[in-house]
Design a protein around this ligand. Structure first.
Ligand SMILES: Nc1ncnc2c1ncn2[C@@H]1O[C@H](COP(=O)(O)OP(=O)(O)OP(=O)(O)O)[C@@H](O)[C@H]1O
Length: 322
């Protein structure tokens, strides 16, 4: 088990804490995604866990053994972990296959090739095995870099934005294959992402960072269903955040502010409230309808497009106090 306890970090020559009093534990074989606004400290947290930065306060331990930063280790980076940064770090003068096998033992060459082939297959790069990386696209380089860490079968895999350069179609397959492979090989994965679908489809738990602080850490469904702040709710995309005055206009019985996801606003002719459409935007599957009820701005999804200024009726199906 990996445990992070009261972790604090500021970059040398800066006083501001980039990681501030972080506490969480990760069980073997769990998949954790770290989400948060740009600059919230996601990459820094990964680097601290991997042992690339010396934290000023706190403790990181793995299976009850304390882990130290680069000042205490001859080679930075803990042996049982592998870290894929955003720069991929491939050698351009050897082939993709040789890059993937770079850290594998030459003792059993058949086994080495088997591991290389298996890892390349997971990221769907088998046909590029004999190509040099400088002939690859950014997304292909990213996949080779991931394959290189998979082939080494670490106990913990730390991935910084692992799917950021993949197009949507490829991402759906590769993301699933990588996660399946890691689950099958009992590998713990911690990855950062800006794409909420990465977090939803692949992780067991989501860790939310805001300005270096961990503001929520919970199972995926709980973070989405019970976001503990407006910041967390807004990470999931469009959301209605209503203050007390606005909730009372919608007959919502709460003394707190409330959040309502767009799918919890039902546009229907039988609705008890009336609104005026401001905008209908096609979202791929349905329309995002922005509308006003008195002076309350709301968003909802609907299969049909409405005209600007059209009158609609709606009901509130659910709300969550904040
Ligand atoms: N080497 C550095 N020296 C000083 N400050 C840094 C350094 N690297 C990052 N920072 C600062 O630390 C903060 C957190 O950066 P970090 O890269 O961890 O955020 P992030 O959440 O991963 O961002 P992004 O989503 O944009 O990748 C930012 O304010 C950044 O400017």
């Amino acid at each position: 088990m990996l445990t992070i306890h009261h972790l604090n970090y500021n970059y040398p020559d800066f006083t501001e804490k980039v990681v501030s009093d972080i506490n969480f534990s990760v069980q073997k074989n769990e998949i954790i995604s770290i989400i948060g606004e740009s600059g919230s400290g996601k990459s820094t947290l990964l680097k601290l866990i991997y042992g690339l930065l010396d934290f000023q306060e706190g403790e990181i331990s793995y299976n009850d053994k304390k882990l130290k930063g680069p000042s205490y280790n001859l080679i930075p980076g803990h042996k049982m972990m592998k870290y894929v940064a955003q720069d991929y770090d491939l050698l351009d003068f050897v082939t993709v296959g040789e890059n993937v096998g770079k850290f594998l033992s030459n003792f059993d060459l058949d086994l080495k090739q088997q591991k290389i082939d298996e890892a390349l297959e997971v990221v769907e790069m088998s046909e590029y095995k004999h190509i040099f990386p400088n002939q690859l696209s950014g997304g292909q380089r990213q996949r080779v870099s991931i394959a290189r860490t998979l082939s080494q079968q670490p106990e913990i895999l730390l991935l910084d934005e692992p799917f950021s350069n993949l197009d949507q179609t490829l991402k759906l397959t590769i993301r699933e294959k990588i996660i399946k492979w890691c689950k099958a090989h009992q590998i713990t994965v911690i990855f950062t992402t800006h794409d909420l679908s990465d977090a939803f489809y692949t992780s067991d738990k989501i860790l939310v960072l805001e300005k270096g602080k961990m503001i929520q850490f919970d199972e995926v469904e709980n973070v989405r269903n019970f976001p503990n702040s407006e910041y967390v709710a807004r990470l999931f995309g469009y959301v209605n955040v209503l203050d007390k005055e606005e909730t009372s206009q919608l007959n919502i019985q709460t003394t707190d502010n409330a959040i309502i996801y767009p799918e919890e606003v039902l546009i229907t002719d039988e609705g008890i409230f009336e609104g005026k459409v401001m905008e209908s935007k096609f979202q791929g599957r349905d329309y995002l309808i922005k509308f006003l009820m008195n002076d309350v701005n709301l968003v909802a999804y609907h299969s049909k497009k409405f005209k600007t200024d059209e009158r609609i009726r709606f009901n509130i199906l659910k709300f969550r106090p904040l």
